[in-house]
Write a protein that binds this ligand. Structure first.
Ligand SMILES: O=C(O)CCC(=O)C(=O)O
Ligand SMILES: [Fe+2]
Length: 328
């Protein structure tokens, strides 16, 4: 399998038109690209890694106090997404307090280093997200940044999912999925993956292609909300994580999302005169609920997408309309 060549954007510099055009194709074909000079140092990652390992090394009965059936519900234990995957969620913009709620339970005290470092990382992710949405709007159409950044994206928010993959044993069962095929329920996701590799994106023809890690760069991938808002111009691709035998893996995904009550409706400029609107307007939270309810609690891994949601909503409204006309 040949590694994929994706554009690498230096986000500390104004972007050259040729970079924007490469970005345009990458977003249309793959929905993935890389960024560099993002302002997050290796030291910060090392600190986060060490502090998070302390969290995941806590006994299971303690971690389960943050689990799906607890009131906090920030921890996803093994055997939900896969036997090898566990994760912790930290929500913004007050990342400190969100981390504190979890650490109070995990350590029976607030672990201030853990909370501070996640607040610092969260703040950097928010700044970076504002830059990325500007770049993406610019890349969609001249003038879009001015026209839509404030009006459509000002109330976006983000949360972090810290992913800990444990090593599968050394037995020969072929490819082992650490995280199954899914699309992200975000506008876009900024992903840090360690040097182990294993992240794969699905091509339009259905082949899995490796996204090889590169030190100092972060992966950005378009999520379902921006695919819908851009009327399909930006692609939210399926991706997964495949594990190597006997190797642990660590990653951190930051999901930049519309506010729950946002009505997602592609602007007329993107729909065109022939009115080919791919996604009837919908409320952000309804999509999140659709994903959550589609496979009890396993919403972060299943193959449902915004296309499935649209199909379901259109068939419900057709059904509703035909029942209504039958009753008139
Ligand atoms: O661990 C990774 O590299 C990918 C994680 C991911 O896709 C996610 O958390 O949505
Ligand atoms: Fe993902």
């Amino acid at each position: 399998m040949t590694p994929l060549q994706l554009p690498l954007l230096d986000v500390s510099q104004p972007l050259h038109p040729s970079v924007l055009s490469a970005l345009n194709s990458a977003c249309r074909d793959w929905g993935f690209f890389h960024i560099t000079n993002h302002g997050i140092s290796k030291e910060l990652y090392n600190k986060i890694y060490i502090l998070c390992k302390e969290v995941f090394n806590q006994p299971l009965d303690i971690k389960l106090k943050l689990g799906p059936s607890a009131s906090i519900n920030t921890y996803t234990p093994h055997f939900i997404a896969s036997p090898f995957f566990e994760s912790l969620r930290v929500s913004g913009p007050d990342f400190y307090n969100s981390a504190k709620k979890s650490s109070n339970v995990l350590f029976q005290r607030a672990n201030s280093d853990f909370c501070e470092v996640l607040q610092e990382y969260g703040n950097k992710m928010i700044d970076l997200s504002k830059k990325i949405i500007s770049i993406l709007l610019n890349c969609l159409e001249d003038g879009f940044e001015k026209k839509y950044h404030e009006s459509e994206f000002i109330r976006c928010h983000g949360y972090l999912r810290i992913n800990n993959y444990s090593a599968p044993g050394n037995f020969d069962t072929g490819e082992i999925e650490g995280l199954g095929k899914h699309t992200d329920m975000s506008c876009f996701t900024i992903l840090y993956q360690d040097e182990i590799g294993g992240l794969q994106v699905r091509s339009k023809r259905g082949e899995w292609v490796n996204l090889t890690p590169n030190e100092g760069t972060l992966v950005v991938n378009i999520g379902d909300l921006l695919q819908a808002w851009s009327n399909g111009r930006l692609r939210s691709s399926e991706h997964r994580v495949v594990l190597k035998h006997c190797v642990n893996r660590f990653s951190m995904a930051f999901f930049w999302c519309f506010e729950d009550e946002k009505v997602i409706k592609a602007p007329e400029d993107l729909v065109g005169e022939e009115n080919s609107r791919l996604y009837p307007p919908f409320i952000c939270q309804d999509y999140v609920k659709f994903r959550e309810n589609s496979e009890s609690g396993r919403f972060d891994i299943v193959g449902y997408t915004v296309d499935d949601f649209t199909l379901k909503s259109t068939s419900i409204s057709k059904d509703f309309n035909s029942k209504r006309s039958a009753s008139i």
